[in-house]
Design a protein around this ligand. Structure first.
Ligand code: ACO
Length: 319
């Protein structure tokens, strides 16, 4: 079966946390953050919001664009590293929130690559005939897992959600043309949350040691990303039988503007082929490609029939 993106949507919380606000919390400067990362501000969820509530708003917007009723969806996949609970899945909560009574729902854990991994999974369900409509949501509430004493991480991340609906298409040739997915466990402890799982269950000691926050080796992660991303995008482009020049728009994971510039350089393409919105939201991990796709469509940067490349990397390392 041919596949098309029938719906798209995103949601970011109202509260803006600017670099100037961070200057008051931690030893940093707007100038350092802007020049090293490209980030100017990020969004922070309100106390009543959770990953599932952010996801549900983006999901409802995507369903509205698709013109589908909640029960038209056969499968719901949520990519997140900040689920509401270890169990049930955040996807189960999103299913209830959007009013769906029929879909199977599950989460995917691939950190910042989560949206792309979930998208590839959804495309496979529709293509194989196992589902007609699949809802994919990337959603994160990262600001609740940041150590605001660690200036190397707390300046990077923000909250938000992005969603798409993938549907069976009567037109030939739609859907994913080429895929390159990889996981490199050499990087398993480069970005991680040391406690809270079965190896180190939560306790007052783990909490006192700050082990429920995101920990990251920034330089190693940066090196991995710049080494991997252009190569990974090129492998997918070649599998599709395209050339990089033919691609209408790259929608990269928004981790660092310098990393996106390195992808453009690695593919010998101008920066106007790269969609960038990191200045507004920082790194929203699994939500970032979904939010960027929705904005790119709404800004008129993407139209039906365009050749797009989604490229991401994250904890695992995944790409
Ligand atoms: N403000 C001011 N100074 C800072 C800050 C800050 N917020 N953070 C670090 N510094 C200092 C450091 O202490 C260091 O000082 P020193 O030279 O006196 O020791 C100096 O700035 C340089 O530090 P580096 O860590 O080398 O800075 P770098 O240029 O590598 O930038 C950054 C750091 C932005 C984190 C970069 O390494 C990066 O973007 N890495 C990739 C991170 C990433 O993309 N993660 C995404 C995946 S996340 C996921 O999957 C959940």
């Amino acid at each position: 079966r041919s596949v098309r993106v029938s719906g798209w949507g995103s949601y970011v919380p109202e509260r803006v946390l600017s670099n100037a606000d961070l200057e008051r919390l931690v030893d940093t400067s707007d100038e350092w953050i802007r020049t090293r990362t490209g980030i100017r501000e990020r969004r922070v969820a309100a106390p009543h919001e959770t990953t599932a509530t952010l996801a549900a708003i983006a999901a409802k917007r995507a369903l509205a664009v698709a013109g589908l009723a909640p029960d038209d969806i056969d499968v719901i996949i949520v990519a997140t590293l900040t689920p509401d609970y270890p169990m049930p899945s955040t996807a189960a909560l999103v299913k209830e929130a959007v009013g769906n009574t029929t879909a199977a729902a599950f989460d995917i854990a691939a950190a910042c690559s989560g949206f792309v991994f979930a998208y590839a999974t959804a495309d496979s369900y529709v293509r194989s005939g196992l589902a007609r409509n699949v809802l994919v949501v990337g959603a994160e509430l990262l600001t609740r897992f940041l150590d605001f004493d660690d200036r190397g991480t707390c300046i990077l991340f923000g909250d938000g959600a992005g969603a798409v609906v993938l549907s069976a298409s009567p037109e030939e040739g739609g859907g994913m043309a080429g895929l390159e997915m990889a996981t490199d466990p050499d990087g398993a402890y480069m970005i991680w949350m040391p406690s809270g799982g079965s190896k180190s269950p939560p306790s007052s000691e783990t909490s006192k040691r700050g082990e429920h926050f995101i920990r990251m080796e920034g330089r190693e992660t940066y090196r991995y990303a710049t080494r991997t991303l252009a190569a990974s995008a090129l492998a997918a482009i070649e599998r599709a039988g395209w050339t990089p020049e033919e691609v209408d728009l790259f929608i990269p994971h928004q981790a660092n503007a310098r990393i996106i510039e390195a992808v453009a350089k690695g593919l010998k393409l101008p920066m106007d082929k790269m969609f960038v919105n990191i200045h507004k939201y920082g790194n929203t991990s699994a939500a970032s490609v979904g939010i960027a796709l929705d904005e790119a469509v709404r800004e008129g940067r993407v139209k039906a029939g365009d050749k797009l490349v989604f490229v991401a990397f994250g904890a695992g390392f995944t790409s």
